[in-house]
Design a protein around this ligand. Structure first.
Ligand SMILES: [Fe+2]
Length: 128
């Protein structure tokens, strides 16, 4: 089982020292805090809030997965070069569309080809 790195699990001093490394590998979820039941809901997942991850042929973000609790909702496979290639300015980013039937506790996982799996903070969506 691979180690799953999590932004939330690091102590504050470690977070500061490795701020750019952690940021560029962490998936960040952007979603509404509440949504109507049965209607399409966009869920954006972006790698890095303030820093860019490399997009080289041997080092890039290959996979982004979206979970509701233990349930896998969606998965996207990315190829190198989609974000400008070496020296590119893009960030790996996907918008999933889901139709919620109940309250969601969303978590994203991202896989870097050199630095492994990274987990987002959870995002809760109230559904009514
Ligand atoms: Fe990396």
């Amino acid at each position: 089982m691979p180690t799953i790195n999590a932004y939330i699990a690091l102590d504050p001093s470690e977070k500061e020292a490795k701020k750019d490394y952690i940021d560029r590998h962490s998936p960040f979820i952007t979603v509404a805090a509440s949504a109507p039941k049965g209607e399409k809901l966009p869920v954006n997942v972006r790698l890095g809030k303030d820093y860019l991850h490399p997009d080289d042929t041997d080092h890039y973000i290959e996979e982004i997965k979206l979970f509701d609790g233990e349930t896998l909702l969606a998965s996207a496979t990315l190829l190198s070069g989609n974000n400008g290639g070496q020296g590119g300015k893009g960030q790996a980013e996907i918008t999933f569309f889901i139709v919620p039937q109940k309250k969601l506790k969303l978590t994203a996982l991202a896989y870097c080809t050199k630095h492994g799996l990274w987990q987002s903070d959870p995002a809760v969506v109230e559904v009514a």
